[in-house]
Design a protein around this ligand. Structure first.
Ligand code: FES
Length: 99
């Protein structure tokens, strides 16, 4: 029998099956995390960094598309720091964009 991993996203209790990532659990529960490079049903290439989230006990940001949750961890998907990080990522992409 597959043991569920219980954790929280934005204060909401959720559960993951073995092999699921923070992003897949968020989507399953209707919680939005922005992505650019993620394509479901393929292995995550984890290259755009738009899916960053904060995780309790972890310094810096975590890529939700390729990180499995751990029991009891608390994930934050949006706050000022994450918003700034995503804006800065988009600015870097736009610097060399032909349009
Ligand atoms: S969706 Fe691109 S790095 Fe996670």
């Amino acid at each position: 029998m597959n043991k569920l991993i219980n954790f929280k996203i934005n204060g909401i209790s959720v559960a993951a099956q073995k092999g699921e990532t923070i992003l897949t659990v968020a989507r399953k529960n209707g919680i939005y995390i922005p992505t650019m490079c993620y394509i479901s049903k393929t292995s995550p290439c984890a290259s755009c960094r738009m899916c960053v989230v904060e995780a309790s006990g972890v310094e810096g940001f975590v890529l939700s598309c390729n990180t499995p949750p751990t029991e009891g961890i608390e994930i934050i998907t949006n706050n000022d720091a994450l918003q700034n990080e995503r804006v800065n990522i988009m600015k870097l992409y736009d610097v060399n964009h032909p349009l």
